[in-house]
Design a protein around this ligand. Structure first.
Ligand SMILES: [Zn+2]
Length: 261
């Protein structure tokens, strides 16, 4: 065996893949050729160094899994669902989507039933907040008490005595007629000291407002409640029920209600 033949078999020799005959011939050559022996020894050390380092060079499992997943995605048609062992069993979208649908369904059911069961007070509050945000939103916009009350009375079918509340400082902004819980309710929106007061007027006995505190003021009886930042004052007179809703304090509301006297 000459040197070039030995070099050609170098890697097969190092990998232990040589037939017995070739193995004997290579070893015979290495015994007599120091040049090939140095080359073989160098390659053996280099290879063992390389092989030893392989475990340290292995990618972290997460990276490996991510790369394999990416390869799967590229290889598989978009609609197919590969059952690759590299894919994690838990797929957040598959698990969370049905939960999300159930939550949305429950929210719709609860919201709808809540809307159907709304208390009159909630509806009054909503309308007050709407009037507060824009008096232009009121159907009848006018600061003339006679004009607003005649507009309301035409639809309500009863006298409102609105003009009495539009004295001394309370500025009438407008009004409209609402349908609340099968009752026709007049709304007159006032402003005093830049703070709005919605005065709701309906027939006595309509629009029951539970859980209200009874308050006496100048020998008259009122009912008072506080909901969030709003105060509500209810009083009855001459067959009518008046409900004032405002951010004004209770005393200011009592003062507003007493102006009719
Ligand atoms: Zn040689």
């Amino acid at each position: 065996m000459n040197c070039s033949e030995a070099q050609r078999l170098l890697y097969d020799y190092l990998n232990g893949e040589l037939e017995q005959l070739d193995l004997s011939r290579v070893e015979s050559h290495l015994k007599v050729c120091s040049s090939c022996l140095r080359t073989f020894e160098f390659e053996r050390r280099f290879q063992s160094l390389f092989v030893d380092r392989i475990p340290e060079e292995t990618a972290p499992p997460e990276l490996r899994s991510a790369i394999l997943d990416r390869i799967d995605q590229l290889e598989q048609p978009r609609t197919s669902f590969p059952l690759s062992r590299k894919r994690p069993f838990f797929r957040p979208a598959l698990v969370l989507a049905p939960i999300g649908l159930v939550v949305v369904f429950l929210a719709i059911v609860l919201f709808t039933s809540d809307a159907n069961r709304k208390e009159p007070l909630d509806i009054l509050l909503q309308n007050h907040i709407r009037a507060e945000s824009s008096t232009e939103g009121l159907i009848y916009s006018s600061s003339d008490p006679q004009s607003v009350s005649s507009h309301l009375e035409r639809e309500l079918g009863f006298q409102t005595s609105l003009a009495a509340y539009a004295r001394s400082g309370a500025i009438l902004k407008g009004g409209e007629v609402l349908q609340i819980c099968n009752c026709k309710v007049g709304l007159a929106y006032f402003s005093t000291h830049e703070v709005g007061i919605s005065l709701f007027i309906c027939r006595q006995g309509e629009l029951t407002c539970p859980q209200m505190e009874t308050v006496s003021y100048r020998n008259r009886e009122y009912h008072f409640a506080s909901i969030r930042e709003f105060n509500l004052l209810v009083w009855e007179e001459e067959g009518l029920k008046f409900i004032a809703v405002s951010r004004h304090r209770r005393e200011a509301l009592l003062d507003f209600a007493d102006r009719r006297a």
